[in-house]
Structures are given as structure tokens and as C-alpha cells.
Write a protein that binds this ligand. Sequence first.
Ligand code: SF4
Length: 177
Amino acid sequence: MLISVMLSAQCTDERVNKTTPDLFKKYNTPEKMVKADIREIEKIIHPCGFYKNKSKNILACSKKIIEDFNGIVPDNMEELQKLPGIGRKSANVIMLEAFHNPQGIAVDTHAKRIANRIGFSKETDPEKVEKDLLKQIPKKYYYDVNHLFVWHGRKTCMARNPKCDNCPVKKYCENYK
Ligand code: SF4
């Protein structure tokens, strides 16, 4: 999950899912990953874009997991964000999807756009948007809301031509008034 999240930056889930089987067939532990030739990793993950930077981060991250975390991916926000290539959004996704223990709301392009349109936040910086969301959304909903933003953004509240007339939350939306 950690590596998939790193690969998903500026890349579709579909593309990541096509790439990871080849990568994990060869390198399925941090120990195997650190021994890999970076050119081999670059070749495999090339379709995901930004492959040079992502390869560097994958290797550095694997090294840090071995050296600082006994080879185990940490299961908390603070330590996850110490890993190269992992920021708050990625740490939120890993806590949600890998550990089933969401600690916040991953503000991706969908969450930011919807939060701005509905009126949850006027901020543009994702971390500030998340702070605004966390003040308004109770913790018991973190699991669902992370998925709801993505699905609502893909199916209804798209960047261009949102389907406002059919939107189930239009009566709460500042953009619709
Ligand atoms: S009413 Fe329109 S802008 Fe508001 S959340 Fe629904 S689709 Fe998005």
C-alpha cells in the first residue's frame, strides 16, 4: 500500500494497479527493494510518471524502514510522515486503507474541490482544508468521508460540469445556492 500510494502521485489508480504486480513480483520486501538496481525500478514504474523521483523515494523509504523501523511500515501518522516521499495526504491514505484506522481526511483534488464548493473550507492549501474539515466532521465518519469525497468527485461533483441538479447534497451546497 505504501509503495502504491507513492506511485499514485499524478497517476491513475488503474495504471498503478497494472504496474505494481511486476514490481512486487521481484521486490516484495524492503530488504529486497534496497538491493534493487534503481534502473530496474525506474524501468518497471516508468508508466506511472515521475519515475526517477518515485524510484529514488521508494529506495530511500525502504532503507529508512529497515534502519529506523525494524523493517516494518509504521502504523501512525507521525512516523509515516518521516518516510521519504510520504506527506500528510499519503499518510492519511495509508492509515485508512492499510491499517483501517483513519486519523484524518486525505485531501486530494476531489476533497479540496468539494470542500470549497460545499463551503466546508475556503482554503486552497490541502493541509488547511483538512484542518477545516476536521473541525466539522466527527471522527466516526472519517472512514466513510474519505471514500465519499473521491466517489462524489468522480461521479457527480466533477471539476468541469458538475451534475448539480442531480446532486444528493445540493441543498447543503453554497455553490448551488
Ligand atoms: S451541488 Fe454541485 S457543486 Fe455542490 S456538491 Fe453537488 S455537484 Fe458539487
